[in-house]
Design a protein around this ligand. Structure first.
Ligand SMILES: [Zn+2]
Length: 240
């Protein structure tokens, strides 16, 4: 059964009962079909462009996991199931709350919370910061919370989310699960493995993608052109 062809919720129930998992090859297949993923093949060549990111940096890969979790509920649900299974496997005590950075990780955190029977702790993005949404019950000391993210390149936005949880719950003695889960870890292979405020980052899938400053880009040096993937879909995602 193709996961992309699920139309009836009963199909999803059946998939979950069958303990369906999306492995890295299936994930990659889905992402490519949806035009959300592209990886540079081979060494830099004038015949193949590389990616110009919104940040202005150049890259040998493009992964939009945010759009996947926001727009493809069924796939998100199955990925959330994998993450919640992993958390359940290693947790020593119940988890009281699940959170993820707004906006992309919010729905994923909501799904994982539901699966663990925990509260979804809601954050809101304001400018480049995360804030605790005030109209929700505060955490109390003794409650432990866990963070899930859809994609991590660095620990920066994960740490902002943690800071928002701490700032929004002044009466709570902070207690975080020692592992942060993410669907994709795409940290630069030239950098050490990801940790966020003393918590190790575990991912369902790992991609080694490097970003470069334009004046220090080996792909430009190799004659490859830097193009924006979203504006050049026919080149990056042929057939999508
Ligand atoms: Zn370049």
């Amino acid at each position: 059964m193709s996961i992309l062809c699920i139309k009836d919720p009963a199909d999803l129930d059946r998939l979950l009962l069958e303990d369906t998992k999306i492995g890295q090859p299936e994930f990659e297949h889905i992402m490519r079909l949806l035009g959300l993923m592209w990886l540079y093949e081979g060494s830099p060549s004038p015949s193949r462009p590389h990616a110009l990111l919104v940040s202005g940096k150049h890259s040998n890969g493009y992964l939009d996991v945010g759009s996947l979790v926001k727009e493809h509920e069924m796939v998100r649900w199955i990925l959330a199931k994998s993450i919640s299974d992993e958390i359940r496997r290693v947790m020593m005590a119940p988890v009281a709350g699940v959170f993820g950075a707004d906006t992309s990780s919010t729905a994923l955190a909501g799904d994982v919370a539901q699966m663990l029977g925990a509260r979804h702790l809601v954050l809101r993005k304001e400018g480049d910061q995360q804030i605790w949404v005030p109209d929700q019950e505060n955490l109390v000391t003794g409650q432990r919370v866990v963070q899930v993210e859809e994609l991590m390149t660095t620990a920066s936005s994960a740490e902002k989310a943690v800071n928002a949880i701490v700032a929004g719950n002044p009466g709570w003695d902070p207690s975080f699960f020692p592992i942060v889960w993410t669907i994709v870890d795409r940290h630069d292979p030239r950098e050490p493995e990801l940790w966020a405020q003393g918590r190790k980052v575990y991912s369902l899938f790992r991609y080694e993608i490097s970003n470069f400053e334009p004046d220090d880009c080996p792909y430009c040096a190799g004659g490859s052109e830097a193009l924006k993937p979203k504006e050049n879909r026919e080149i990056f995602f042929p057939g999508c």
